[in-house]
Design a binder for this molecule. Structure first.
Ligand code: BTN
Length: 247
């Protein structure tokens, strides 16, 4: 999958650089990696804390031949890829919180941001951004992140080889993307479900207008989350912040 790698010391955001390259026609598999991001972007307009030399901050170009409503499937595919890569190199018990946050002991270890450029309901390209808190120490986190974020180093007690982890993530991505192209979303959904810490759990979701409380009962074929409330009404959630009620 990986065709070209562009390495940066410090950059605003690998996401924006990969997007610039994609606009210039960069092929699928163009990968941008930075030691530090000065304006790292998170989901839902948030910032992503990306200190120098401590984490994996990278974005790559995908050019999937799928219709726009299926783009969320790629989000779940990437969560599985990163989760499997971390599990293969550490013995840590990483789980996926819908749609694609990776958590250890209730704290976030990695986030994935997929942005799609479209034209006439078709996807021109997607930029897949991955942030993994690899070797951050407790003191690398600003106060407000300390209770919600953690790193592989903090959790396992030892630093991780970032190059090896990047290699593992891209290898998992390549094999899952191949599976997805050949067999569709169903096998990816099963893998996601097996690693999910959201399914069958009570959840609280702040949707656009109201608060939905219920149990996450399954995945919609698009990759959306199906939540059943106390009245037995089913809600299909396409994009939101999910709180696991027990955390
Ligand atoms: C999230 O909010 O959970 C998604 C975070 C995604 C962060 C990564 S770090 C590499 C890439 N460049 C960015 O600016 N953001 C993504």
């Amino acid at each position: 999958l990986v065709k070209h790698v562009k390495l940066f010391g410090s950059i605003h955001s690998t996401q924006i650089e990969a997007q610039r390259l994609a606009e210039q026609g960069a092929p699928e598999g163009t990968l941008v990696i930075a030691e530090e991001q000065t304006a790292g972007k998170g989901r839902l307009g948030r910032k992503w804390h990306s200190p120098a030399g401590k984490g994996i901050w990278m974005s790559f170009v995908l050019r999937p031949l799928i219709a726009l409503p299926y783009a969320p499937q790629l989000t779940l595919m990437m969560a599985v890829a990163v989760c499997r890569a971390i599990r293969s190199l550490t013995k840590l018990d990483v789980g996926i919180k819908w749609p694609n946050d990776l958590l250890i002991n209730g704290r976030k270890i990695s986030g994935i941001l997929i942005e799609s450029a479209t034209e006439d309901e078709r996807i021109r390209y997607c930029i897949v951004g991955i942030g993994i808190d690899a070797n951050l120490d407790e003191e690398d986190y600003p106060e407000e992140l300390r209770s919600v974020a953690t790193s592989l180093k903090v959790e396992s007690g030892q630093p991780i080889d970032r190059a090896e982890l990047i290699g593992a993530v891209m290898k998992e991505t390549e094999s899952l993307y191949e599976l997805y192209q050949q067999e569709g979303f169903a096998p990816i959904a099963s893998l996601w479900e097996a690693l999910s810490i959201t399914l069958h759990q009570p959840v609280r979701i702040q949707a656009a207008t109201d608060l939905i409380e219920g149990t996450a009962i399954g995945l919609h074929p698009s990759g959306a989350l199906i939540v059943e409330d106390a009245n037995g009404v089913r809600h299909t959630i396409f994009s939101a912040d999910v709180q696991l009620s027990r955390c």
